[in-house]
Design a protein around this ligand. Structure first.
Ligand code: AP5
Length: 217
């Protein structure tokens, strides 16, 4: 399966992707995670992306398309879940072109819908593992030991772009540049809307129902 996961910041894309890849054996390709790894490694790409990420605006399309299409090419026959890409209509068109030339296509687009008023609470309470990327929340997805990752015991961190001010800008950027991507895929009847204003486990069940139907079809 080749899946695109769309959704505003805090919709739960990263949380749900980890569960999808665990069940269906797919590769998780998160543009945000790849950019953060590049930054941590001090690469030129990471440096270029830094100011955009810190202010909650989008990294230019040409940088992102090259990075993500390159990552997709390495997946060969393994299916994948795209998380955070495409985020502009131009990125979606470039993705289509790259897939067509590889004789591939996207099977489904899961659009995670979240009320924007709950986003701030989710983001400011989010804690992540810098080693394995596991995502927690200080109230509703707590680690077993406070401040430590369940998988590897690493000290959990708070993302710099999860401040209230930057989150507000990320939501504005989402409305302006990423909502049109949902319409782009809706024209091709590829979108499955998922309400994520509920417990993360219930959201996972809904997603699995949809993907199981796709596998059986
Ligand atoms: P990126 O890392 O992709 O951030 P984002 O899209 O803003 O998404 P998040 O990772 O913040 O949220 P999420 O939906 O994954 O939520 P999560 O599961 O963690 O991008 C960061 C930056 O990189 C961008 O601003 C941009 O600058 C750049 N960038 C990336 N891709 C780009 C692209 N294609 N083009 C240009 N620039 C790009 O959940 C959030 C919290 O809520 C967690 O604490 C979780 O535990 C909790 N939670 C999750 N689900 C639930 C639930 N159902 N109920 C209660 N709590 C929940």
């Amino acid at each position: 399966m080749r899946i695109v996961l769309l959704g505003a910041p805090g919709a739960g894309k990263g949380t749900q992707c980890k569960r999808i890849v665990a069940k269906y054996g797919l590769l998780h390709l998160s543009s945000g995670d790849i950019l953060r790894q590049e930054r941590a490694a001090g690469t030129e790409l990471g440096e270029k992306a830094q100011s955009y990420m810190d202010s909650g605006t989008l990294v230019p399309d040409e940088i992102i398309v090259e990075m993500m299409v390159g990552a997709i090419k390495k997946t060969s026959e393994t299916g994948f879940v795209l998380d955070g890409f495409p985020r502009t209509v131009n990125q979606a068109e470039e993705l289509d072109k790259a897939l067509v030339s590889a004789g591939q296509k996207i099977d489904t687009v899961l659009n995670l819908k979240v009320k924007h008023e709950v986003v701030a609470r989710r983001m400011t309470g989010r804690r992540s593992c810098p080693q394995c990327g596991a995502v927690y929340h200080i109230e509703n997805l707590k680690p077993k030991v406070e401040g430590r990752c369940d998988n590897d015991g690493a000290r959990l961190i708070q993302r710099l772009d999860d401040s209230l001010e930057v989150v507000a800008n990320r939501l504005r950027t989402y409305r302006r540049q990423t909502e049109p991507v949902v319409d782009y895929y809706k024209k091709n009847n590829m979108v499955c809307d998922i309400d994520t204003n509920k417990d993360a486990g219930e959201v996972t069940d809904l997603i699995f129902e949809n993907l199981d139907a796709l596998v059986k079809a």
